[in-house]
Design a protein around this ligand. Structure first.
Ligand code: BEZ
Length: 180
């Protein structure tokens, strides 16, 4: 069941939800969730790739004693319908504990694409993931721009994510196809 009082609930963003905020929110706060690591392991057929040439976007993989930092938003329940549609390519809602910097904690929703979904790509050598991102694009733009925007958004939050930043370093050695 979605945890909510009568008018709002918290959602936790760790990927495009950090920087692409195309929904109204009542409040937003840097936050983290425990036991998950951010990885470019999900295929994208609808945003950063195409059905016959999927891109690679982030999902969360379970890992003990790791925290994933991102941004939490307090939203009206109707926002979930918008996000269910926006992130329909393999992501499902999970209820999780969300921790805020001031030691406050709440239950909330996070979207995760597990290894059981059809679009899941999983792990690969980092240079292969980078090359995959470099060549992919879809209706929402280039996969490269997605990675660079996410890296910038994490830096703005003072979050160091070695997986994302190592991919960014590899990608920045190659020229942009589309000026970004
Ligand atoms: C997120 O930024 O939390 C997110 C990423 C992909 C799908 C849904 C949510």
């Amino acid at each position: 069941m979605v945890p909510m009082n009568e008018t709002s609930l918290w959602i936790f963003g760790y990927g495009s939800l950090i920087y692409k905020v195309d929904f109204p929110y009542l409040e937003r706060r840097p936050a983290s969730i425990n036991g998950w690591v951010r990885r470019f392991w999900q295929g994208s057929h609808d945003h950063r790739g195409l059905p016959d040439a999927p891109g690679r976007v982030v999902t969360l993989s379970p890992q003990a004693n790791i925290i994933c930092k991102g941004m939490a938003y307090r939203v009206e329940p109707s926002v979930l319908e918008h996000l269910d549609f926006r992130e329909q390519n393999g992501y499902a809602r999970l209820i999780t504990e969300i921790d805020f910097a001031d030691d406050c904690r709440t239950d909330g929703v996070v979207y995760i694409a597990t290894e059981k979904n059809d679009a899941f790509l999983g792990d690969a050598p980092l240079h292969e993931i980078a090359a995959h991102i470099q060549r992919s694009a879809g209706p929402s733009g280039s996969n490269r721009a997605y990675l660079l925007q996410l890296a910038d958004a994490l830096r703005d939050l003072s979050v160091h994510d070695a997986h994302v930043f190592d991919l960014e370093s590899l990608i920045l050695k190659w020229p942009s196809q589309q000026g970004c």
